[in-house]
Write a protein that binds this ligand. Sequence first.
Ligand code: ADP
Ligand code: ADP
Length: 227
Amino acid sequence: MFIEIQHINKIYTDKDNNANTVLEDINLEIPKGQFVSILGPSGCGKSTLLSMIAGLTSASSGGIVVDGKNVQKPGKDRGMVFQEAALFPWMTVTENVVFPLRKEMNKKQAIERARHFLQMVQLSNYAGHYPHELSGGMQQRVSIARSLAMDPAVLLMDEPFGALDEQTRSRLHGQLEKIWIDTQKTIVFVTHSIQESIKLSDRIVVMGTRPGTVIADIEVDIPRPRD
Ligand code: ADP
Ligand code: ADP
């Protein structure tokens, strides 16, 4: 299986040595190309689980395998998009997308690639603008373009539209769906919105809290434009 999450446990210990079990025996298999939502109430451990797939947080026990390799640390096979776009404010939109690419290719190639992905998120007209000149939704699209340009096998998204108004969110849902169809990426999408998970994903993994466990795993089978 493309992503294998095996017997993941995560226990945090506070300063008084009290153990807080945040994740308990999480087991998931995610096939290549799936768009899976991780849905659950605030505090159930969704972000912790996602950041383990990213390699940013370690498990107390258990392991995660992506494309046959044990996840130990962040890698360019896994792109991450957070609730905040976190763009460099002193760089233009293009420069923000080019920056991580420069380790992989020369400047001309990086600029060409940035142009392609900015077109994909419909921001070609804002290539030379600075982040503060863009709306929140547009900044988030830059962040998505920046991740996709690195050609990750998996796109990990942590409430990427949580800070946006309803109308903007709805528009970005349409764009993300199109990107998913066009790029065939595997997407793991953390949200606490049932509507969002139903609208976007193939599959909804529902987590419960205290401790964080998988309480349901549902195939979404509603007609979509891609069907
Ligand atoms: P969610 O994304 O579902 O809201 P989180 O993964 O952010 O949940 O958090 C799950 C639980 O883990 C929460 O109770 C949170 O307080 C706790 N937690 C998260 N990070 C840490 C940390 N670095 N140290 C201690 N507890 C943490
Ligand atoms: P969002 O997804 O955040 O609503 P859109 O790109 O869909 O952003 O907004 C529609 C159009 O409104 C944009 O293409 C752009 O022309 C214009 N626009 C929105 N916000 C700004 C802004 N802060 N500065 C300049 N133009 C903006």
